[in-house]
Design a protein around this ligand. Sequence first.
Ligand code: SF4
Length: 178
Amino acid sequence: MSVIEELAQKQGFESMGTCSAKNLVARDEVRAMCAANTCQMYEHSWACPPACGEIADFQRQMNEYEHCLVVQTVAEMEDDFDFETMEEAGERQKQRVLDLVEAIDEAGLSAETMVLSAGTCTLCKTCTYPDAPCRFPDKRLVSMEAAGLVVSEVCMQADIPYNHGPQTMCYSGCVLYN
Ligand code: SF4
C-alpha cells in the first residue's frame, strides 16, 4: 500500500480504490454541464468554473501523475428525502479530504500530489468571488467535476461503485500522485 493510501485510510473513508492517472480524461462536456449551472455555483466561486481554470490545463496537470486514489464518504439515508444525512455526508467528505491534504502536507508530499474534492469550496461562509481575491488560495480545492472528470467513469476505473445502492449517498474525491 502506498503512503498516500495509508494516509487516506486513516481519515475513515468508507470506500477507496486506485487506478492509473494516465487514463483520466478531463472532458469539455463536463465543463459544459457546469456552465448549465444546475448547481448554481458557475461564476460564483474561485474554486468553480470559469475561475478555477481551463479544462486543457487540468488535463496537462493530471498527465504529470501516475496513480489516482479515489476516496469516498458513503452514508445510509432513512429515505430518499433524508436531506440531513445527505448534507452531513457532504460536509464529512469535505472535512476528510481537507484532513487528508493536511496529512499529505505533514508527510512532505504535497508538492507531489494533486487533490480534487467534491462540490464547491465552502471554506468561507460567502465566497469573495468576483469582488476580492480568494481568502485561502492555497487551501481551496477544486472538485473532480470542475476539473472535467466524469466521476462515475473514474470510479469504474478504480473498481469501486459510484452508486452504493438504494438509499445511500456517496461523495467522491481523489488524490493523484506518483
Ligand atoms: S477559500 Fe473562500 S474565497 Fe476562496 S474559493 Fe473558497 S469560499 Fe471562495
